[in-house]
Ligand binder design. Structure first.
Ligand code: RTP
Ligand code: MG
Length: 140
């Protein structure tokens, strides 16, 4: 059997989570799973931070409204740690479109949108390292 691999992942509770008063609900799901919060910050970002975070998407048609959304109000950025944390967080988050995400997931239970889908989770170790350097440079 392979050894468990402790990972860190960069998570955002996007502005819809804060606006809808769901920070506690969403955080409690990550904590209940057994993930550890190693950094957390409430902040409002400008377009340049959004462009860095979503560098892979800046040329996409859906990016301008996504940038408007993620800069529309405060969000909560955090780093979570635990065994296989990257994949575990993405499983808890559910698939991108809240309308199609499985019940039991954060998006499946709480979002009806393909854009305002409450959470972000890094999609690989490389992304986690890149994104952590943007949000929490002291941890990178
Ligand atoms: P995330 O990066 O936020 O964890 O979400 P994800 O991997 O499931 O989705 P991704 O493809 O990376 O897209 C990033 C975010 O862009 C918004 N989006 N809008 N067609 C659209 O209108 C569209 N597609 C994606 C969502 O907020 C998505 O989470
Ligand atoms: Mg993504």
């Amino acid at each position: 059997m392979s050894q468990p691999s402790t990972q860190r992942t960069l998570v955002l509770l996007k502005p819809d989570t804060v606006r809808r008063g769901l920070v506690g609900e969403v955080l409690s799901r990550f904590e209940a799973k057994g993930l550890t919060i190693v950094a957390m910050e409430h902040r409002t970002i400008d377009a340049s931070v959004a462009d860095q975070h979503y560098a892979e998407h800046v040329e996409r048609d859906f990016y301008p409204p996504l940038r408007d959304f993620v800069t529309s109000g405060p969000l909560v950025a955090l780093v979570l740690e635990g065994d296989e944390a990257i994949e575990v967080v993405r499983a808890l988050n559910g698939s991108t479109d809240g309308r199609k995400a499985a019940p039991g997931t954060i998006r499946g239970d709480l979002s009806l949108s393909n854009r305002e889908n409450l959470v972000h989770g890094s999609d690989s170790e490389e992304s986690a390292a890149r994104e952590t350097a943007i949000w929490f440079p002291h941890l990178a």
